[in-house]
Design a protein around this ligand. Structure first.
Ligand code: PMP
Length: 397
């Protein structure tokens, strides 16, 4: 009998399990469409030129690595706030919004969840069906009960907006609603601006607490257009949470760079909220790491580097769009003509509509790896593999 005798093995992470299988596959044609990572046209994780330049600048003037403030680097927090809400936004100029540096989007969500639990021990959150796998686990571990609102409708290959609105209307006042600001993961389907207005009206009327998860700003249309969703919530006069991740947009996955913003009613409230959020941070990891945020801040504050980054982000976005079109064309060449929806979706992921059996076949017979739910990462396609993937998908249909 040891201390850990009764510990049962947790189920393997479905995505990581897929990667393990992929790594063990010796077929040279293998393609991994499982992980949520952007790859360039050569199939490699990019190091952005803007990041490399920032790295060189920082290295030219090495600094000691003291502790950062609990809420992170002030200049970083200010620049991120301006990026998310827009420079002149009332949410920024009024002083009623706090932005703290966080350990990626996940860290931002966790700090937000812990603070929400502190605010209301009986808190309940609604997430979309389906949603990013970690949303449920993360809120559950924070002691918050997780429910769902309808989102994806396989029959119409799109969003069940009426179902979503009905579920939000039925939610009790104070219920947290987790919303993907853009590039919905895993489906690739986003609400239209008019549909966002409807959601906001229901959220407002029902006294719900919006939590926007913004892991892909700049990957749908542009930084500004994708940020417009956040500004709609500001314009509606709502208090809300917004998590930011720079993992994808700066290709800085392992540096853990993100932020949590909380829009409050006024500057005095924001001060009090910040003081409590700092306690959440302090009791989790004390203060955030220096390097990744220093890189992002160096890029954001310098006009040239920023312009370079905006171009590189656009290039990633455009390449994904091209790959969506190439996949649709490749499928058409194989006689599959009803997959045009792939080009309509946005972001790194696509719900292919393939069944679990078809996804297994794709894996076992064709060495193409996606999740059992039919999610494929279109950002892992390139000119060298898209034809092969098209043929493989056509073969299992
Ligand atoms: N939210 C969503 C919707 C995501 O897809 C991801 C990353 N896959 C995250 C949050 C977490 O981002 P990070 O890697 O920066 O923690």
């Amino acid at each position: 009998m040891s201390l850990f005798t009764d510990v049962t093995a947790a189920p393997a992470d479905p995505i990581l399990g897929l990667t393990e299988k992929f790594n063990a596959d010796t077929d040279p044609r293998k393609v991994n469409l499982g992980v949520g990572v952007y790859q360039d046209e050569t199939g490699k994780l990019p190091l952005l030129a803007a990041v490399r330049a920032a790295e060189e600048r920082l290295a030219a003037e090495p600094k000691p690595r003291g502790y950062l403030p609990i809420d992170g680097m002030k200049l970083y927090d200010d620049d991120v706030k301006a990026l998310v809400f827009g420079e002149g936004s009332d949410a920024v100029t009024s002083g009623r919004t706090i932005t703290i540096q966080a350990l990626g989007g996940t860290g931002a969500l966790k700090i937000g969840a812990d603070f929400l639990k502190f605010l209301n021990p009986d808190a309940r959150v609604l997430i979309s069906t389906p949603s990013w796998e970690n949303h449920r686990a993360l809120f559950t571990r924070a002691g918050i009960e997780v429910g769902e609102y309808r989102y994806y409708d396989p029959a119409r290959r799109g969003i069940d907006v009426d179902g979503m609105l009905a579920d939000l209307r039925a939610a009790a006042s104070g219920t947290i609603v987790l919303l993907h600001a853009c590039c919905h993961n895993p489906t690739g389907y986003d609400l239209t601006p008019a549909q966002w207005d409807e959601v906001i009206a229901v959220v407002k009327a029902g006294g719900l607490v919006p939590f926007l998860d913004m892991a892909y700003q700049g990957f749908a249309k542009s930084l500004e257009e994708d940020g417009a969703v956040v500004r709609k919530f500001v314009d509606a006069g709502l208090s809300f949470f917004c998590s930011t991740s720079f993992s994808k947009s700066f290709s800085l996955y392992g540096e853990r760079v993100g932020a949590l913003s909380i829009v409050c009613a006024d500057a005095d409230e924001a001060k009090r909220v910040l003081s409590q959020v700092k306690i959440v941070v302090r009791t989790n990891y004390s203060n955030p790491p220096t390097h990744g945020a220093a890189l992002v801040e160096t890029v954001l504050k310098d006009a040239d580097l920023r312009a370079l980054w905006v171009d590189e982000l656009a290039a990633m976005r455009d390449r994904i769009k091209e790959m969506r079109q190439a996949l649709v064309a490749g499928l058409e060449a194989e006689g599959v003509t009803d997959f045009g929806f792939i080009a309509e979706q946005v972001g790194m992921f696509s719900y292919s509509g393939l069944t679990k059996d078809q996804m297994i076949k794709l894996r076992e017979e064709h060495h193409v790896y996606g999740t059992d739910a039919g999610r494929i990462c279109v950002a892992a396609l390139n000119a060298g593999n898209v034809e092969y993937v098209s043929k493989a998908i056509a073969a299992v249909l």
